[in-house]
Design a protein around this ligand. Structure first.
Ligand SMILES: Nc1ncnc2c1ncn2[C@@H]1O[C@H](COP(=O)(O)OP(=O)(O)O)[C@@H](O)[C@H]1O
Ligand SMILES: [Mg+2]
Length: 368
């Protein structure tokens, strides 16, 4: 029986490029160093930060080293305007031309996080190729990415969440009269502390916890520099717990895990500095709270029309016993020590079995 060729698509044009490489490295290992090797053949496809797709040696090299390739020194030196224009044009053509080898892919495993990877854009391209792929389609990915659309969908599904206000960049960078009115409204509706977030990023980039009017103003201005769409949320004092989901129409919810840290909130530095955050699996919770989180995770998965894989994050307000949904991630971090595979390992599904199941779910979803 010939092996199924899995296109492992990684890297990408987002701030989570490096995380994607780490995830891809772990996934490639699970396809090649286990019983999966008799079933699957991996084709690594690396998307450079400039959007160009690379196969063969370049992609293999990135996987092997776990690092993006060094940019050649000559590409950084100044070039005359006409030459720069020609170079830009040829780069565009390169970006639009996919390597011919991708025609050999039987099923895609896009392990891309954040904008241009987890937001429906790549999913649209893969759908147009008419090749099965792991994870959510265009709608689920887009709803899972945009925090405003996501929260509106959760509200419609009756999932409890923090109070929020959607803001547009034009309201922030408006005339000097409208901006104070916006801040007045945010203070009245949400109070302090509140969280200001670009709606479409991830990894806590551009997110600020604000306690005062001047912090609010600065945070809105900063968030507007990242995104046209901004969300401001009432802050809650809560434990952060996460649940993994696997499947399509009959998804399974994993054991629940907890993120622990000592910083003020789970910011970029805490997420990516070794030793600043810990995972506790299973989360020490009353059994009925665990069951409630699992049930809400499945409802959230269904509400956004997710597929295959998702990690759903919650706030558990211990003081009141309330569970509030924070977000769904349709392509969560997938390194050997990431929450998603760790939750499944604790639930009885090893990393290698997990990637196998995800590919099988991709094939199942493609059939309809
Ligand atoms: N409304 C809130 N109340 C309390 N903490 C929050 C709130 N929103 C975000 N946070 C903190 O900020 C972190 C990142 O926010 P999140 O919305 O999950 O963004 P990202 O998609 O970048 O992970 C959360 O894990 C939490 O620590
Ligand atoms: Mg988060």
């Amino acid at each position: 029986m010939s092996k199924l060729r899995v296109g492992l698509l990684f890297g990408g044009c987002s701030g989570e490029h490096e995380v994607s490489i780490s995830s891809a490295k772990a996934i490639a290992h699970a396809f090649t160093a286990t019983a999966n090797a008799s079933k699957y053949q991996i084709m690594p496809v690396y998307i450079q930060k400039d959007g160009c797709w690379q196969v063969g040696e370049v992609a293999q090299q990135v996987l092997a080293t776990g690092m993006p390739p060094q940019i050649a020194a000559e590409s950084l030196t100044a070039v005359p305007p006409t030459a720069a224009r020609e170079a830009a044009n040829s780069q565009r053509i390169q970006r639009w031309q996919l390597p011919v080898q991708v025609a050999e892919v039987d099923v895609w495993f896009p392990i891309l996080h954040g904008p241009n990877g987890e937001d429906g854009t790549v999913q649209g391209l893969l759908k147009m190729m008419q090749i099965p792929f792991v994870g959510s389609g265009v709608l689920g990915s887009a709803l899972g990415m945009d925090k405003i659309a996501m929260k509106m969908t959760f509200a419609q599904a009756g999932l409890p969440q923090v109070k929020y206000v959607a803001v547009n960049r034009s309201q922030v960078w408006s005339d000097a009269c409208r901006f104070p009115t916006l801040c007045d409204r945010l203070e009245a509706e949400l109070a302090y502390p509140c969280f200001v977030k670009p709606a479409n990023l991830g990894s806590s980039v551009g997110i600020a916890k604000v306690q005062t009017r001047s912090q609010l103003e600065a945070a809105l201005d900063n968030a507007a520099s990242y995104d046209r769409r901004i969300i401001v949320e009432a802050g809650v004092k809560a434990r952060e717990v996460e649940c993994a989901v696997l499947g399509n129409d009959y998804p399974l919810a994993s054991i629940v895990g907890e993120i622990t840290y000592t910083s003020d909130f789970y910011d970029y530095e805490t997420k990516y500095t070794e030793g600043k955050a810990g995972l506790q699996i299973p989360a020490p919770l009353p059994p009925q709270i665990t069951a409630q989180i699992q049930e809400m995770a499945l409802r959230a998965f269904e509400a956004v029309d997710a597929a295959g894989i998702a990690r759903v994050d919650f706030f558990y307000v211990e003081a009141t016993g309330e569970v509030l949904i924070n977000e769904i991630n349709t392509m969560p971090g997938f390194t050997a020590t990431s929450m998603y595979p760790m939750l499944w390992k604790a639930s009885g599904i090893e990393f290698s079995e997990l990637v196998d199941r995800l590919v099988q779910h991709a094939l199942e979803r493609f059939k309809g």
